[in-house]
Design a protein around this ligand. Structure first.
Ligand code: NAP
Length: 250
C-alpha cells in the first residue's frame, strides 16, 4: 500500500508511535523512527529490523530545533525523500484543576504537543512539494473533543491539534499535501498506565467506553496507514477517533 513512500514518525520507540512505524513499514514504506533516548531508538530499531522491515532511526526530542532539523536531514540522506510525517510526540506534566497548572507546565504542554507538530510540518512541507504531494497525520486525542478528567491543559492542547489539522489541510491542499488527525481514546501504553494499572481506576474508565475495554496500540496503526495511503486520496482535514465508542462527538 505504501511501497516507494518514505515516512518519518516522531516518538516511535514505544506505544502508539512504535505500532504506527511498524505498520507503515509492514505496508511497504521506508520508515525513520525517533525518540529522545538513544537506547530506546536502538532497541526499537533492532526489533523492527529483525522483522526485515526497512527502517532507520535517530535521536529526536521534538522540542529541540537541532533535533528536528537532524531528523529531516537524516531522513533525506538515508531515504532520499519525505512523503509522510506522523507527528506523535506529546507530554502531560500536569494533573489537577486546570487553574492550578503552572505557567511552566502549560508552556511545556503547548511547546511539545502543539508547537513542535507545527514546526515539523514547516520543515517537511518543502520536501513533500518536491515529490508532488504528501501526507501528514497529527496524533491528537479523543480528549481534544471531550476533555479527560484532571488533564485539562493536555486536553486543550489536543483540541488545538484539531484546529491545526483543519488549517494546514486547507492551506496545503493546493500542494496535494493531505493533513489528517488520529484521535485515540484510552490505549494501553506507558503514557496512560496511571489510568489502567490500578484495577478499580481501570474499571471506572472502562465503564465510560462503549466497548468496555482499553484499546491496544496496534488498533491505532492501521488507521494511520490508511490515512497515508491512496485509499484516502480524497480525505483531508479529518480526524478519526479510535476510542472504542468513548463519547467524542455526534
Ligand atoms: P508512550 O507509549 O508513553 O510512548 C511515548 C513515546 O514518545 C516513547 O517512544 C518516548 O520515547 C517518546 N517521547 C516522549 N517524549 C518525547 C519527545 N519530547 N520527543 C520525542 N519523543 C518523545 O505514549 P503513547 O501513549 O503511545 O502516546 C503517543 C501519542 O498518543 C501521544 O501524542 C499521546 O498524546 C497520544 N494519545 C495517547 C493515548 C493513550 O491512552 N495512550 C490516548 C490519546 C492520545 P523516549 O522516552 O525515548 O523519548
Amino acid at each position: 500500500m505504501l511501497s516507494g513512500k518514505v515516512a518519518m514518525v516522531t516518538a516511535s520507540t514505544h506505544g502508539i508511535g512504535f505500532a504506527i512505524a511498524r505498520r507503515l513499514a509492514r505496508d511497504g514504506a521506508q520508515v525513520m523512527i525517533s525518540s529522545r533516548k538513544k537506547e530506546n531508538v536502538d532497541k526499537a530499531l533492532e526489533q523492527l529490523q529483525a522483522e526485515g522491515l526497512s527502517v532507520s532511526g535517530i535521536v529526536c526530542h521534538v522540542g529541540k530545533r537541532e533535533d528536528r532539523e537532524a531528523l529531516v536531514s537524516k531522513t533525506l540522506e538515508r531515504h532520499g525523500a519525505i512523503d509522510i510525517l506522523v507527528s506523535n510526540a506529546a507530554v502531560n506534566p500536569f494533573a489537577g484543576s486546570t487553574l492550578d497548572c503552572s505557567e511552566t507546565a502549560w508552556d511545556k504542554i503547548f511547546e511539545i504537543n502543539v508547537k513542535a507538530p507545527f514546526l515539523l510540518a514547516k520543515l517537511v512541507v518543502p520536501h513533500m512539494e518536491q515529490r508532488g504531494g504528501g501526507s501528514i497525520v497529527l496524533v491528537g486525542s479523543a480528549a481534544g473533543y471531550q476533555p479527560f478528567p484532571a488533564i485539562g491543559p493536555y486536553s486543550v492542547s489536543k483540541t488545538a491539534l484539531l484546529g491545526l489539522t483543519k488549517v494546514l489541510a486547507n492551506e496545503l491542499a493546493p500542494a496535494n499535501i493531505r493533513v489528517n488527525c488520529l484521535a485515540p481514546g484510552a490505549i494501553r501504553t506507558q503514557f496512560s498506565s496511571v489510568l489502567w494499572s490500578d484495577d478499580s481506576l481501570r474499571q471506572k474508565l472502562e465503564a465510560t467506553i462503549a466497548m468496555r475495554r482499553i484499546g491496544e496500540p496496534d488498533e491505532c496503526a492501521g488507521t494511520v496507514s490508511f490515512l497515508c495511503s491512496q485509499d484516502a486520496a480524497y480525505i483531508t482535514g479529518e480526524t478519526i477517533v479510535v476510542a472504542g465508542g468513548f463519547h467524542s462527538r455526534l
